[in-house]
Design a protein around this ligand. Structure first.
Ligand SMILES: [Zn+2]
Length: 87
């Protein structure tokens, strides 16, 4: 018999995803990561820990455009040889 093998009204047995122990569901917590692509997991009270602050970091869009955009000008190259008088 495990520590969760008893009757308690309104709850059920559940397995902790971290330590794999059988615990009552009212003593667990569903941990959902910020990124929806990552799976959520069930943790017992013993395994619950502070979330890493990096789990809640949101990306900030870095707008690297200027408010007014002009078409690039035509490049102008000298075709003549530069002499001392041109300087
Ligand atoms: Zn656990």
């Amino acid at each position: 018999m495990g520590q969760a093998d008893y009757y308690e009204a309104g709850t059920w047995n559940q397995q902790c995803d971290i330590c794999d122990e059988k615990v009552k569901a009212n003593k667990t917590r569903l941990i959902r990561p910020y990124a929806k692509s990552k799976p959520s997991w069930v943790a017992c009270r013993k395994c619950q820990h502070e979330c890493n602050p990096q789990d809640f970091v949101k990306g900030v869009v870095d707008k690297q455009t200027v408010p007014i955009v002009r078409r690039p000008g035509v490049d102008k190259f000298r075709t003549q040889e530069v002499t001392y008088d041109d300087l």
